[in-house]
Design a protein around this ligand. Sequence first.
Ligand SMILES: Nc1ncnc2c1ncn2[C@@H]1O[C@H](COP(=O)(O)OP(=O)(O)OP(=O)(O)O)[C@@H](O)[C@H]1O
Ligand SMILES: [Mg+2]
Length: 272
Amino acid sequence: MGKIISIINQKGGVGKTTSAINIAASLAVAERQTLLIDFDPQGNATSGLGIQAANLGEKTVYEALIGQIPLEEIVVETELPGLFVAPANQNLSGAEVELVGAIAREQKLLRAIEAVRHKFHYILIDCPPSLGLLTINALTASDSYLVPMQCEYFSLEGLSQLVSTAGLIQGALNPKLELEGILLTMFDSRNNLAHQVMDEVRKHFGDKLFNTVIPRNVKLSEAPSHGKPILLYDIESKGARSYLEATKEIIERNLPKQPRPGVTNMSPSATV
Ligand SMILES: Nc1ncnc2c1ncn2[C@@H]1O[C@H](COP(=O)(O)OP(=O)(O)OP(=O)(O)O)[C@@H](O)[C@H]1O
Ligand SMILES: [Mg+2]
């Protein structure tokens, strides 16, 4: 069963979509079949992977979310083998209002994903910059959430609000939800405040802070205008290397647990 990770931060422009696209691409390169669900009416993950919103017709995440069409039928391939996208466009903005009166409105995405989950190792959900119904649907459907964050003073306040919202959803709707990690983005190592914010996050979140930081790198901002993940745009760039490193951390954190030393298997031929 695929692991479902929401990429979330209610603050805008912190690198959610850039992280979602490039972690998804790095997972695919590591031979993990990966689905990126664009769950933002801005459709940035869709266009950033070279898919034209105008050509989508009624085959978007919106139609899958309201149950009009199975999610499987809207999924499209990308240029990168192993990377698939469930595209979105501005239709999705209607869902926030239309679902308000619906039964089990928080579980719509969960229901839509159920039938495709076994086909992927990872499913990433690129969330919009709010803690509204779309993000609540994403968190309800997820095993974990990953928070890209810029090292600014107000980021810390936003982070505690986000973690408490996730706690409410965990308590009421999705007991298995956990924090995958916090990923510092657009990091400028010459900036003192950036280091202070990093220390503060480490103090509160310990090893949930990724060891890898994503530097500010112009190649990362250019790649979407070419409709490519950074790995296909400039694999030698610092941006590409940092997302590969961060993805390695995700894969390592999610490896099946090894048995403790000294605990032997019942059968000599058993493999773990
Ligand atoms: N590491 C980076 N270096 C340089 N530019 C970056 C980096 N990460 C993101 N950007 C740029 O910053 C802008 C915001 O990034 P992005 O769209 O990923 O953020 P977001 O959190 O998804 O935004 P929104 O909240 O609007 O969905 C984009 O123009 C993107 O190209
Ligand atoms: Mg975005």
